[in-house]
Design a protein around this ligand. Structure first.
Ligand code: SAM
Length: 217
């Protein structure tokens, strides 16, 4: 575990790796998608939690853009996946991130750590709703340091909680919004850096009155 964690030093993601590791241990998701593998620290820590859970798969996508000229990126990530014995749980895809091409069924967690634009993040929310499980979480790294994107996302989530799909989003999202509760939590990291200082966690869950059903989920 320590070796996987140390990989997080490069992108200052050691703490968030522990966060995702713990969450995966607790929630035991079947399917996680990570957009932006980097050097693999988050995906590997999630993979380790999945080994301990004896279930789950994390699909992680990166085209190696940030790694050009730094050796053979794809080979290195595949080598470490094997080295840490994570092949059963980590599906690394060395390609451009194109939401239209990502086909998944009932995703439990999505972690996005590469594009902080408003345009991309609204597309991501739409994609997530179409593909999300009943209970699902979307994490966007460093969103709150990008105020334009942050405001768009926050307002969209506020609308969802009022049962409204904003006019700039597809109308057929309505059944995926109505009857669900959305919670947005912005986790600020402790160092008050100008960038890479937060994780925005958006949670979707059915809107039950009372707790009876929750005991069985
Ligand atoms: C901040 S790093 C991810 C860090 C990683 N999540 C971690 O915890 O260590 C962002 C990654 O996104 C990748 N990336 C950027 N644009 C991309 C694109 N359009 N398609 C695929 N990968 C991309 C870069 O190569 C880089 O490795």
């Amino acid at each position: 575990m320590q070796q996987c964690l140390n990989r997080g030093i490069q992108y200052e993601t050691v703490d968030s790796c522990m966060f995702y590791y713990s969450l995966v241990k607790m929630k035991k998701p079947k399917l996680v998608l990570e957009l932006g593998t980097g050097n693999g620290s988050t995906a590997f820590m999630i993979g380790l939690a999945m080994i301990e859970n004896s279930r789950g798969e994390v699909i992680t996508i990166d085209n190696g853009k940030d790694w050009i000229g730094m050796g053979e990126y794809e080979k290195a990530i595949r080598w470490f996946t094997k080295h840490y014995k994570l092949e059963k749980h980590v599906d690394f895809r060395c390609e451009d991130i194109d939401l239209e091409k990502i086909k998944v069924d009932k995703i439990d967690m999505v972690i996005s750590d590469f594009d902080r634009s408003a345009k991309f993040n609204l597309s991501l929310i739409i994609w997530w709703l179409y593909n999300a499980n009943e209970y699902s979480s979307l994490f966007i790294d460093s969103l709150s340091e990008n105020f334009d994107a942050y405001s768009h996302v926050k307002e969209t989530i506020d609308y969802f909680n009022r049962g409204i799909v904003p006019g700039n989003l597809p109308k057929n999202l309505w059944p995926l919004v109505q009857g669900y509760k959305f919670t947005q939590t912005d986790i600020r990291k402790c160092r008050n850096m100008i960038e890479h200082n937060s994780i925005t966690w958006i949670k979707k869950e059915p809107h039950f009155i009372g707790v009876e059903k929750l005991y069985y989920e």
